[in-house]
Design a protein around this ligand. Sequence first.
Ligand SMILES: *Cc1c(COP(=O)(O)O)cnc(C)c1O
Length: 224
Amino acid sequence: MNLADRIEGLRVRIQRACNSAGREPASVELLPVSKKQPLPLIREAAALGFTRFGENYVQEGSDKAMALPKLAFVLLGPLQRNKARPALEHFSEIQSLDRPELVLRLRHLAEELDLVRPIWIQVDLWDEATKLGGCSESDLPALLSALDGDARLPLRGLMAIPPPEDGSAFAHLASLRDRLQQELGQSLRLSMGMSSDLDAAIAAGSDQIRIGTAFFGERTYPAR
Ligand SMILES: *Cc1c(COP(=O)(O)O)cnc(C)c1O
């Protein structure tokens, strides 16, 4: 199947999920995830109007950002301290912040590089931190206060990769988002839902779905 057809199928699926949830399709952002997809395919998606792409690895995403300077890349994967500089330089947003220790480093570098980078907190309500990263609910207050009021690292929302076996995971995330919005007095976006579970995520109120295989097809490893 070619890219345009696959995206069309995806749009129909999103439309259907929105219809059953009584939501406007325009209220759900589709973020294509281009990790392990080759540059020509990303160029093809750009020609179809997509300008922002999710990437998991700092090195791979930085290479792509340099090769495709008109496009924006969002960091979805685990961020190590020693990759903080390239992450800020080459990604337009960081969605995987998960610990307060990183905030100081990011803030210092953002000052030095004179950059503003919207931040999303990756949350892990299921104690899977070792596998996929994410801040536990009990560590959230420390992370939120580390970020508090930082003009260079404005907080945009919450991102999560819930375990597929937990049927109420999306609902839990939605209520955590509601509670934090109240506490912080600001609106927060919710990034949840991938190729296999975007329908349930939309039903539960996701603002952004991150779609890899259902958008680009199976992942390939670009030859270097
Ligand atoms: C790979 C990945 C996605 C996309 O996964 P698919 O199942 O291919 O849609 C979304 N979010 C994150 C954080 C990912 O690592």
